[in-house]
Design a binder for this molecule. Structure first.
Ligand SMILES: [Mg+2]
Length: 350
């Protein structure tokens, strides 16, 4: 690649992968949707790894084991994926547990096989009863959780932590879990049921909290990681809190309107249509205080109007320019009248 930096004419724009030694990816909405792979995900991640980078996956889903997830990824074509490459919220929860309770202790586990096996593997005794005097409660999602298990958790957590009560760790607090037939209550909803009963708050291991990112950084020895996610409130907020540059990819849950409205705590470093753009030079954002430009796309804020000055050739550049303009304004999105073109969503794959 030619470099013009020394002559001072034009610095070559870098790709999001330049200098990155470890690519950390969320799974649902980034690699796959349900059982099937998303367009370009498998080949792009394979290519990123072929360039000498480590690949790792970070998932809040606590219902499957790392081995199950690795097998799924191998089926999709990520041939050499080993269980160690999957960092799950149960693993992060157990790491967090270790900082509070020594192995050998009895732990009340509310959750599925993914969580039970991690707690057991770490040398703790698993129980389902508050009568066994557990030293902590660990709670993760499983479709089989019943009221009886939530009740056991509540009984075990009746003493507030500040009065000597035992620790309560949740794998994650995603409110919803998408299913083939629609949106269903996620672990956050079930944790909330216990919270309302006992008046205590759980410590959370999964995204957007940082323990799951810290577990990944340690495990992969990452020095220059890049995280790829599809949700601002978990993926991007979490990587920002953990100090990791992030890619927001438009193949999953969050859409352009969410990106424009992203609070300052969940703004991605890069916005990509799909993972092929990991290998493309990422265009610089220019602003003269009035106009914000990315390549040939430009927007302008006039009072409460967020206007399109030039739509440019690529809709993604227009979204990048508009996001930069809104974020740089220091004003909330609801204070703007936004041109319809800016929150249109031409990025949905067929
Ligand atoms: Mg996702």
């Amino acid at each position: 690649m030619a470099l013009f930096g020394r002559s001072g004419k034009a610095a070559v724009e870098k790709t999001p992968l330049d200098g990155v030694d470890t690519v950390l990816a969320d799974l649902d909405g980034v690699v796959y949707a349900g059982a099937g792979a998303l367009p370009y995900a498998v080949e792009s991640l394979t290519r990123a790894a072929a360039d000498g980078r480590r690949l790792g996956y970070i998932t809040n889903n606590a219902s499957r084991t790392d081995a199950d997830v690795a097998a799924h990824l191998r089926e999709l074509g990520l041939d050499r994926t080993a269980p160690e490459e999957i960092v799950t919220s149960p693993q992060a929860a157990v790491q967090l547990l270790r900082t509070k309770v020594a192995p050998g202790a009895t732990i009340l586990v509310v959750g599925g096989e993914g969580l039970i096996s991690e707690v057991d593997r770490a040398g703790y005794i698993v129980t389902a009863s508050a009568d066994d005097a557990p030293a902590a409660v660990l709670q993760g999602f499983s479709p089989d959780i019943a009221w009886t298990q939530l009740a056991e958790a509540a009984f075990a957590l009746k003493v507030p932590e500040e009065e000597g009560g035992i620790p309560w760790i949740a794998t994650n607090t995603d409110w919803t879990i998408p299913q083939a037939r629609g949106i269903a209550p996620g672990n956050g909803t079930l944790v909330s049921a216990v919270h309302i009963a006992v008046g205590r708050l759980a410590t959370v291991a999964g995204k957007p909290e940082t323990p799951i990112f810290e577990e990944a950084i340690t495990r992969f020895g990452a020095r220059r990681p890049l995280f790829i996610g599809d949700r601002l409130d978990t993926d991007i907020a979490g990587s920002q809190a953990a100090g990791i540059p992030s890619v927001m990819v438009l193949t999953g849950v969050d859409r352009p309107k969410h990106i424009l409205a992203a609070p300052s705590t969940s703004r991605p470093t890069y916005i990509l249509e799909d993972l092929r753009q990991l290998f493309e030079p990422y265009p610089a954002t220019h602003t003269d205080g009035i106009r914000t430009t990315v390549r040939d796309a430009a927007v302008q804020i006039d009072g409460t109007e967020l206007r399109v000055v030039s739509p440019g050739t690529r809709p993604i550049d227009l979204l990048r320019a508009a996001s930069a303009a809104v974020w740089g304004s220091g004003r909330a999105i609801f204070g703007f009248h936004v041109a319809e073109q800016l929150y249109a969503d031409p990025f949905i794959h067929p």
